[in-house]
Design a protein around this ligand. Structure first.
Ligand code: 5AD
Ligand code: SF4
Length: 453
């Protein structure tokens, strides 16, 4: 545990004390995006103003990602670009997973940084900001042994149509390759009443679609006396008047039960899409990854989803080139993709990360071989998606329109199953509305359609 500390007092805090401005750049996952929305809320409620460029800001913040090495490197190269800024009176802060992982080392590597705060310590941000405003040059929040979640009275949301809402922070699963349990700390769930209160506030703000977030969202364990299950929380969120769509991500296969499928079947407002990372199709590699399920058990969950009364889109994450992954192991991943026929997937080359058990595992796969496997996997999946999407031509979908293209009369939106559909319409004000669109064409990554007025 590292307590915030003072090293020196200087005059750079002047800019913060007198109506500071902030620039906040976010790397990484949706959890990070949403953390940044909450960080922005904290700053705005302290009287800071958000600006569009780092040059215009008195406080420059980077919310960082360390899930793969490349993402972490990007943060240091970005910090390098700002080495001269401190001298010009700007305060630089590093938030998120790299902050947690590197801790005070960041001050050694980039001495122009004044604030280092990991996501498990965001509840302390107001206190840390007070220290910066008081002139402290080096301020840290690096505890991970907290049982607190990051709740703030003000969240400045970026997406006007889909509101993110974290219901569980951290992760207890300890997959052999993953830094998240170290950077985000243990699992902490938010009380169900607090979640439902925020959903009602979101409706008042005009949102009709919410996405419940967690690294393992379905491991949710209500800490309040109500002790409602995740599936019942989904139903309760959908019952909030004004809510039309409820999404949730990411689900962990181990905690994915029939009650969640039953909830999706019973309540059409629960979007028919489940993101269920498999990581590998090889039983041996799944064991080495300590994913806590076998290939068979995973496929039983898939069978449960495919057997549902409504059609449910399934997406996944896959890692290629985990230490010791043979050609046969990789072939088992490809056969799993052919068997499941995912609607879409995210695929990654294994990246060795600090502190993780797999760092010291033998039989590393070369970068070249990882790239080769990634390309093959992506080609196989592209083919599956092209075939799958072609079967959807002729179907009509409800879209929440989220984008207007620069091209005249062109729009796009997401279906409940999270597919992107591009469509033409002569109407003027479709953004943020729900429309019916008939699919007239399909590519591997999206559909094309026409507005059915
Ligand atoms: N290397 C490559 N991919 C990783 N992921 C997590 N850790 C690593 C790593 N060390 C991937 C997993 C996870 C997704 C968010 O990132 O597939 O589901
Ligand atoms: Fe990482 Fe595994 Fe937790 Fe996902 S479930 S965040 S991959 S440790």
């Amino acid at each position: 545990m590292v307590a915030p500390r003072n090293i020196a007092i200087d005059n750079t805090s002047e800019a913060l004390r007198s109506g500071g401005t902030f620039f906040l750049e976010t790397f990484g996952c949706q959890m990070n995006d949403h953390d940044s929305e909450k960080v922005a809320g904290v700053l705005l409620s302290r009287g800071y103003r958000q600006v569009e460029t780092p040059d215009a800001a008195s406080l420059v913040l980077y919310n960082t990602c360390s899930i793969r090495e490349k993402a972490a490197q990007k943060v240091f190269s970005r910090l390098g670009e700002y080495r001269t800024k401190q001298a010009a009176g700007q305060i630089i802060g590093v938030l998120g997973c790299v902050a947690q992982q590197e801790g005070e080392n960041i001050f050694q590597r980039a001495p122009w940084v004044s604030l280092v705060c990991g996501s498990a310590s965001y509840s302390k941000l107001p206190e840390l900001l007070s220290q910066l405003e008081a002139g402290n040059q080096r301020v840290t929040g690096l505890d991970t042994d907290t049982d607190e979640t990051f709740e703030t009275p003000v969240t400045r949301r970026d997406n006007p149509w889909r509101a993110y809402l974290t219901i569980i922070e951290g992760c207890d699963k300890a997959c052999a390759y993953c830094v998240v349990p170290f950077t985000r700390g243990p699992e902490r769930s938010r009380a169900s009443d607090s979640v439902l209160r925020e959903v009602r506030e979101l409706v008042d703000l005009g949102y009709s679609e919410v996405q419940l977030l967690g690294q393992t969202v379905n491991s949710y364990a209500d800490p309040s006396a109500r002790r409602i299950r995740f599936s019942d929380l989904l139903l309760a969120v959908a019952d909030v008047p004004g809510i039309r769509r409820v999404r949730f991500t990411t689900s962990h296969p181990r905690d994915f039960g029939a009650d969640i499928v039953a909830a999706l079947e019973a309540q059409p407002k629960l979007c028919n899409h489940v993101h269920l990372p498999v990581q590998s199709g090889s039983p041996r590699i799944l064991r080495a990854m300590t994913r806590t399920y076998t290939r068979e058990e995973y496929l039983e969950k898939i069978a449960m989803l495919r057997g549902a009364k409504c059609e449910i889109a399934i997406t996944t994450d896959v890692i290629v080139g985990f230490p010791g992954e043979t050609e046969d192991d990789f072939a088992e991943t490809l056969s799993l993709l052919e068997g499941v026929r995912y609607d879409s997937l995210f695929s990654f080359k294994y990246s060795p990360r600090p502190n993780t058990p797999s760092l010291s595992m033998p039989d590393a796969i070369s970068e070249e071989e990882k790239s080769r496997r990634l390309t093959i996997l992506q080609e196989v999946q592209r083919e599956i998606q092209s075939r799958r999407n072609a079967t959807l031509v002729g179907n009509t979908f409800e879209l929440l329109v989220g984008n207007k293209s620069r091209r005249e009369n062109q729009w796009s939106g997401h279906t409940a199953c999270n597919r992107v559909v591009n469509f033409a319409s002569q109407e003027r004000a479709l953004l943020g509305t729900y429309v019916q669109v008939r699919a007239t064409g399909a590519g591997p990554n999206s559909l094309v359609g026409e507005h059915v007025p």
